[in-house]
Design a protein around this ligand. Structure first.
Ligand code: UDP
Ligand code: MG
Length: 320
């Protein structure tokens, strides 16, 4: 198969209102960078709005556009995986559909890739416009916590917006896991990766598809995927609590021999509640790993494709 110079991969969930503008801006940015030698992949992740009909209309009029319709909503990271599997380019740009990440930065990112001989140019958010304080604070806290617990150095304040070389992408595609935290997996792959600072814009239209529940899930995938520190939590907590209970034992023994022991409801309750909470938390963390182990062991396909519109030759699409 002949590889285009550039593939642009865009997962879309309920983005009908963004697609026309997205298509226009991404096409213009791609033309400015590589002339006509590019492809754009829209992945419809089981949208409930008109995203798929809009994609079909756009791809009928543009031979550069491949539109892929997943069988249902598989989630951002898996929709992105589908696009990365099916794209063919020598260089690959990952970008969100909502135009929060300006496609026009492509030229500068490509220049940086060449100048620094890099395999991955990842975009680091300097500012995030139009996002709630809650989102910004939780995101900042999350990236820092992740950095502390993981063994892989995952860049701070970095989303999936990035430019990759074919060899970095092929290496990434050899990672088979179900619970995917793509920015971490790309970091794990290694090669030469360089940061590119930019200001994140507001959404062009629509609302975030990452409510708190999905954010927590992504965070748990990230932590469990790249660290086993939480599993060691039980032994650490056990050590600290053993120390504390020894002190308590001395205190009680003194009370017993001096006859000053009081019938203590408060301290008993405190100990019971504290131990219960620690045990529940640790059990829950073990459950998170165990659940993922179970899901991995089923070896199900990561996603299923229902339809493809546009130039599909040479693409092996699962379920199509
Ligand atoms: N997305 C997706 N499937 C989902 C949720 C989101 O493909 O289940 C896409 C969405 O269309 C967008 C990207 O993932 O292109 C990032 O989502 P969003 O902009 O809602 O997240 P935020 O920028 O608010 O973190
Ligand atoms: Mg967004």
């Amino acid at each position: 198969m002949q590889r285009p110079a550039l593939s642009i991969v865009i997962p879309c969930y309920n983005e009908a209102a963004c697609l026309d503008q997205l298509h226009a801006r991404v096409s213009a940015a791609a033309r400015a960078a590589v002339g006509e030698d590019f492809e754009i992949l829209f992945i419809n992740d089981g949208s409930k709005d008109d995203s798929w009909p809009v994609m079909q209309r756009l791809s009928a009029a543009d031979p550069h556009l491949v539109a892929i319709n997943l069988s249902r909503n598989h989630g951002h990271q898996l929709a992105l995986t589908a696009g990365l599997d099916l794209c063919a380019g020598e260089q690959i740009l990952i970008i969100d559909a909502d135009l929060q990440d300006p496609p026009e930065l492509l030229t500068d990112m490509r220049a940086m890739m060449t100048a620094q001989n890099a395999d991955v140019v990842y975009a680091v958010r300097r500012k995030r416009a139009g996002e709630s304080l809650f989102k910004k604070v939780t995101a900042a806290a999350f990236y820092r916590l992740l950095d502390r617990v993981t063994d892989t150095a995952i860049p701070l304040d970095t989303g999936d917006f990035r430019l990759m070389s074919r060899r970095a992408l092929d290496a990434f595609l050899s990672l088979p896991e179900q619970a995917r935290f793509i920015r971490g997996m790309v970091a794990w792959v290694g090669f030469r990766q360089v940061p590119f600072a930019y200001d994140r814009h507001e959404r062009f239209a629509g609302e975030t598809n990452y409510p708190l529940g999905k954010m927590i899930r992504l965070a748990l995938d990230a932590v469990t995927g790249f660290s086993t520190a939480p599993l060691r939590l039980a032994s650490h907590a056990g050590l600290v609590l053993t120390g504390l209970s020894l002190l308590l034992f001395v205190y009680i023994a003194i009370g017993f021999f001096t006859g000053s022991a009081v019938a203590g409801w408060t301290s008993t309750m405190l100990v019971v509640v504290l131990l219960g909470a620690v045990q529940m938390f640790v059990l829950g963390m073990i459950g998170e790993y165990l659940g993922r182990l179970y899901v991995e062991s089923k070896r199900r396909p990561l996603y299923l494709v229902a339809d493809v519109a546009g130039p599909v030759q040479g693409r092996a699409t699962l379920g199509f």
